[in-house]
Design a protein around this ligand. Structure first.
Ligand SMILES: NC(=O)c1ccc[n+]([C@@H]2O[C@H](COP(=O)([O-])OP(=O)(O)OC[C@H]3O[C@@H](n4cnc5c(N)ncnc54)[C@H](OP(=O)(O)O)[C@@H]3O)[C@@H](O)[C@H]2O)c1
Length: 337
C-alpha cells in the first residue's frame, strides 16, 4: 500500500485543543476522509501555501481547526489521481481554495488529499501549480477585491487606491494587480524595509502602519478612490474616513483586529461604499472569473518576486512567523520536497 506524508495536528488529550500539536506523519489512502453523499476526488498535491488562517491553525490561535485530527492547509494545487465525478478525470490539473478545507475538512499540507469534487476548479491554462499556489487563497482574495472596485465603477482616473498590510500575501498581490492595471497605489506597511520590494511591485507612495492606526476623525481629507483593506479595526476606519465621495472600500482581513470603530458619516455624507470580500464560500463562477483575470492581469515576473517556496517541514516555524507579521508576500509549500 502506498504511503504519503501529511502534516497532522492531533490533540494529545482528546477534547482539549490546547494540547494540539502538529507533526509530519505517514498516511495511506485508507486514512483519507470519506464524505457521505458527495462525489470524491483524490488529488496528488503538487503545492500548497501558507496563508494567515494557516498560521492561526498551526499556532492554535482563533480556534480555526474545528475537528481533530486535522491536516491543515486551506489551499492546494495538484493532479487528479482518481475521481468519482464526471467533471474531473485522472490527470486533470486542479486547484482548491476555501470551503473550510484546512479548518473543518482535511487540507493541503499533504502529498495526497481526498475532497468533495464541487470544491475544485480547473487550474487555468498558463499557470503552473507552483504559480497557482503563489497566488493561492490570498491572491484570489486580492483579485476579488480588485473586481469589486471595478464593479463599483472605480477607474485609475478616479485617484489613488490604498492597500493596507501591503507587504503581506493579499497586500502584495493587490499592489501588483492594481499597479499593472494602471492604478496609482499607496502601500500601508509596518515594515519600511519592504518599501523597495513594494516599489518593484508598483506602489508609488507609502504610509506607516502607525500613522494609519491613529483613531480617525469622522471625516478626514478625501484621499482614496478605493481601498483594499487586509487589516480591519482602526486602520479600516481610518481608510473609510479618508475615502473620496462615491469611493469603494473592500474589506477582506483582520490582521489588526476584528472591530470597526467607525461612524456613519463617510457613508451618509460621501456615499462611500464598504464591500466585504469572502473567498471561502465564493461560487465556482466567481472563482473561475477571478482565476481567468489573475492569468491575464498578474505579470508572471511580479508573481515570482512575491513568491518563496519552502518544504512542508518548514511550516512549523513559518506558522508563528506569519502570525507575527514577519512573512513577506506569498509562501508556497512543496509537500514533495
Ligand atoms: N476574506 C477572505 O476571504 C480572506 C482570504 C484571505 C485572507 N484573508 C484575511 O486577510 C488578511 C491577510 O491575509 P494574508 O494571508 O495576506 O496574511 P499576511 O501575509 O500575514 O499579511 C497580513 C499583513 O498585515 C499586516 N499586519 C500584520 N499584523 C498587523 C497588525 N497588528 N496591525 C496592522 N497591520 C498588521 C502586515 O503587513 P505589513 O508588514 O505590510 O504592515 C502583514 O504582512 C488576514 O486577516 C486573512 O485572514 C481573508
Amino acid at each position: 500500500m502506498t504511503t504519503f506524508n501529511a502534516l497532522v495536528v492531533r490533540e494529545s488529550e482528546p477534547g482539549n485543543p490546547k494540547t494540539a500539536a502538529a507533526a509530519i506523519e505517514q498516511l495511506t489512502d485508507d486514512d483519507l476522509p470519506s464524505y457521505d453523499d458527495v462525489e470524491h476526488v483524490t488529488v496528488d498535491i503538487a503545492h500548497s501555501s501558507l496563508n494567515y488562517k494557516d498560521g492561526m491553525a498551526l499556532t492554535g490561535k482563533g480556534r480555526i481547526i474545528r475537528s481533530f485530527p486535522m491536516v491543515p492547509g486551506i489551499d492546494f494545487a495538484g493532479t487528479v489521481a482518481s475521481s468519482e465525478s464526471a467533471n474531473f478525470s485522472e490527470g486533470d490539473a486542479v486547484i482548491l481554495t476555501g470551503w473550510s478545507v484546512g479548518e473543518r475538512y482535511w487540507g493541503g499540507y499533504a502529498q495526497r488529499q481526498r475532497v468533495d469534487a464541487s470544491w475544485l476548479v480547473r487550474q487555468p491554462a498558463g499557470l503552473t501549480s507552483a504559480q497557482a499556489m503563489g497566488i493561492g487563497t490570498a491572491g484570489l482574495t486580492a483579485m476579488m477585491c480588485v473586481l469589486a472596485l471595478e464593479d463599483g465603477g472605480i477607474t485609475p482616473a478616479d485617484g489613488p487606491i490604498v492597500v493596507t498590510g501591503a507587504a503581506g500575501g493579499v497586500g502584495s498581490v493587490a499592489v501588483a494587480l492594481l499597479a499593472s492595471l494602471g492604478f496609482e497605489v499607496t502601500a500601508v506597511t509596518g515594515r519600511p524595509e519592504q518599501h523597495d520590494y513594494l516599489r518593484e511591485l508598483g506602489a508609488t507612495a507609502f504610509l506607516t502602519r502607525d500613522e494609519m492606526s491613529e483613531a480617525p476623525k469622522p471625516l478626514e481629507a478625501e484621499t482614496w478612490a478605493g481601498a483594499v483593506d487586509t487589516v480591519g479595526s482602526t486602520m479600516l476606519a481610518k481608510v473609510i474616513a479618508q475615502t473620496k465621495h462615491s469611493g469603494v472600500v473592500t474589506a477582506c482581513g483582520l490582521a489588526g483586529g476584528v472591530d470597526l470603530p467607525s461612524t456613519v458619516m463617510p457613508f451618509i455624507l460621501r456615499g462611500v461604499r464598504l464591500q466585504g470580500i469572502d473567498s471561502v464560500m465564493a461560487s465556482t463562477a466567481v472563482r473561475d472569473a477571478a482565476w481567468a483575470r489573475l492569468v491575464s492581469d498578474l505579470p508572471a515576473a511580479l508573481l515570482d518576486q512575491i513568491t518563496e517556496v519552502i518544504p512542508m517541514t518548514e511550516l512549523l516555524e513559518r506558522g508563528p512567523a506569519i502570525m507575527a507579521g514577519q512573512v513577506r508576500g506569498r509562501v508556497v509549500v512543496d509537500p514533495n520536497a
